[in-house]
Design a protein. Structure first.
Length: 175
């Protein structure tokens, strides 16, 4: 059994629709027989978009799962969930543009994986307050497999950036 941390986000214009996409995705993940209870979910956070900024705000958060999926199979499963919920992965799409749902593997046990389509730990996680704040909420003592530092130690580096000032706790997630 592996422990994986997955970031999730949605920025469809309507607030209720963003939550609906997220909760539907989490429900699909929770219902898969390769995901064992309990699933722990952070609070939801409303965040400004990163990169391409001419789009609606995101709702983001992080989930912890216990899984029998290999990391590669988990990625394939998460991409199927995204596809089921209308996510399009096409080259013409604006990088970091609007999306119904975004699911990324942040950490998978203590694995360090570098493949063309899979990098774990997620290479941008340490630069993204919208990932680190909810991850710190549910896993402050987890160690980053490359730095060896805890999430609590790593978040201190980003706690005073302009990005963190735009993050607003949206609601408590359904556990």
């Amino acid at each position: 059994m592996a422990i994986a941390y997955i970031s999730f986000g949605s920025n469809i214009d309507d607030s209720d629709e963003r939550i609906e996409y997220i909760e539907t995705a989490l429900g699909i993940i929770r219902a898969n027989p390769c995901v064992q209870p309990p699933m722990q979910v952070s609070s939801y956070y409303e965040t400004e978009p990163v990169g391409y900024t001419d789009q609606a705000k995101f709702i983001n958060g992080v989930a912890k799962i216990n899984t029998t999926f290999s990391c590669e199979d988990l990625l394939a499963f998460l991409q199927r969930v995204e596809c089921m919920l209308g996510r399009e992965r096409i080259e013409k799409r604006v990088r970091w543009g609007p999306r119904s749902i975004d699911l990324d593997i942040l950490l998978y046990d203590n694995a360090c994986i570098s493949q063309p389509d899979l990098q774990v730990p997620h290479p941008e996680m340490l630069n993204r307050a919208f990932v680190m704040i909810p991850l710190n909420e549910i896993a402050p003592e987890v160690r980053h497999p490359i730095s060896g530092k805890t999430i609590r130690e790593l978040i201190e580096k980003i706690s005073e950036t302009p990005e963190t000032k735009g993050i607003i706790k949206w609601s408590a997630a359904i556990q």
